[in-house]
Design a protein around this ligand. Structure first.
Ligand SMILES: *Cc1c(COP(=O)(O)O)cnc(C)c1O
Length: 457
């Protein structure tokens, strides 16, 4: 929308954004300007600046939603001024939040007696911190009841997302990150005994490891903690970081037991804005029962003359993301989510086969059994003639964004690529990516041949 009727500015009339005074200079970067400007001009200039960002639809590095149903936009527009915290002013938004919690608790097999409690958050980071805080408070209460010191809490986990490092630092908990075994991509049960002790507030198991996208073996981890309890008396709860998997497993791996079916699992977080398919800005946490969430962490706000318990790090927050989440749950239902996630998963498996057949790569995860994604490494980094970092740069020339990074400790020497397939990435788009990946490899191996242009094959 470059052409508009534009009002008076500096006494002159213009009818083209790019002939206006504001477009003839750099935008304010350090200090607020003195004068107002025509909104259509300002809109267009900001819009143009943001074209410099990467194209979200070609961002294969993110887990987050990059495609939204048009009606999601409509509902969000209508509700963007509703504050999630003002439960008395916006009681229906509050009600919708609690319906989503109930639906998630049910999807995660919390049981039909509605004992589970939970809330929305800004994402899995905040949700994880709330889960960690509940674990810390419960552990401290147990220690105090036993007359034992409660000043050195630790949390045991595998290769967690950075939010758990933040939790540990911000809330004074020692993070015992178990290093990876040689051929493992996550925490393995046989490692636990060396890391847990009486100061362990909980174990975090990840459903969808950020680095490689496979699942940690929750059931086996729980069984090992059962064995540890039998041998030592330590009763250590599990929190599941299901940032991605919390919205995948219930739909396409329904037989997999990872959730409240396992009694040791006390809380689960997920990102509504990842495979929950909601737009950015919503996460969820659910506790098995009110006993798993210490009362001291819950704040009461007035709610239509009654009181409404809240647990959050933020105060004000938009209600529209939560409303969008509810729309998606209603709109898709179990079968709709199943089809969307299965389509992504099939595309990921198809792309993994393509990548595996290219030659230089060894797959770490081939898109089957966990998240709709793939991860791979160079089979022989010394012989390949290029690094995965260079390959990412090369792909970027075609607009694709693919994360290249080293695995976590004890496997840091292994650099990997991770490709996420989300709602909005069709098999056709994956095929275009596969072609560009093949061409990028060819070009890196033989730069003198020039970069292939995209209109062949
Ligand atoms: C993305 C992610 C997080 C952080 O979630 P946000 O919703 O981005 O705050 C935490 N844990 C895992 C495993 C993740 O993939």
């Amino acid at each position: 929308m470059a052409l508009h009727k534009i009002g008076d500015e500096d006494g002159a009339r213009f009818d083209d954004v790019y002939a206006s005074p504001l477009s003839g200079r750099e935008l304010a970067k350090l200090r607020i300007g003195e004068q107002p400007h025509d909104p259509a001009v300002v809109y267009q200039l900001i819009h143009d600046e943001l074209d410099l960002d990467g194209n979200a639809a070609q961002n294969l590095a993110t887990f987050c939603t990059t495609w939204n149903d048009p009606l999601v936009h409509t509902l969000m527009n209508e509700n963007m001024n509703k504050n999630m915290i003002d439960k008395d002013e916006y009681p229906q938004t509050a009600e919708i939040e609690s319906r989503c919690v109930n639906i998630l608790a049910d999807l995660w097999h919390a049981g039909r007696d509605a004992a589970a409690v939970g809330c929305s958050t800004t994402g899995s980071s905040e949700a994880g911190m709330l889960g960690g805080l509940a674990l810390k408070w419960r552990w401290r209460a147990r220690r105090k009841a036993d007359g034992k010191p409660a000043d050195r809490p630790n949390l045991v986990c595998g290769p967690v997302q950075v939010c758990w490092e933040k939790f540990a630092r911000y809330f004074d908990v020692e993070l015992r990150q178990v290093p990876l075994l040689d051929d493992a991509t996550g925490l393995r049960p046989e490692q636990l005994r060396d890391y847990v002790d009486e100061n362990t507030i909980g174990v975090v198991a990840i459903l969808g490891v950020t680095f490689t996208c496979d699942y940690e073996p929750v059931k086996a981890i729980a069984a090992e903690l059962d064995a540890i309890q039998r041998d030592t008396g330590l009763d250590i709860p599990i929190h599941i970081d299901g940032a991605s998997g919390g919205f995948i497993a219930p739909f396409i791996q329904p037989e997999l037991e990872w959730d409240f079916r396992i009694t040791r699992v006390s809380s689960i977080n997920t990102s509504g804005h990842k495979y929950g398919l909601a737009p950015l800005g919503v996460g969820w946490i659910v506790w098995r029962s009110a006993e798993d969430l210490p009362e001291e962490l819950v704040f009461r706000v007035d709610y239509l003359g009654g009181d409404m318990p809240t647990f959050a790090l933020n105060f004000s927050r938009p209600g529209s993301e939560v409303i969008a989440q509810y729309y998606l749950l209603l709109r898709l239902g179990r079968e709709g989510y199943r089809r969307v996630q299965q389509a992504c998963s099939d595309t990921a498996a198809w792309l993994a086969d393509q990548v595996a057949a290219m030659g230089p790569f060894t797959m770490l995860y081939s898109g089957r059994g966990a998240l709709p994604a793939l991860s791979y490494t160079l089979s022989d980094p010394g012989e390949a003639g290029f690094t995965l970092y260079e390959l990412s740069d090369e792909l970027r020339m075609r607009g694709w964004q693919v994360a290249a990074y080293p695995l976590p400790p004890r496997r840091q020497e292994t650099v990997i690529h991770r490709v996420l397939i989300r709602h909005g990435i069709s098999t056709d788009k994956a095929a275009l990516f596969a072609r560009d990946l093949r061409d990028a490899v060819a070009h890196l191996r033989n730069p003198r041949e020039g970069r292939p242009i995209a209109f062949h094959h």
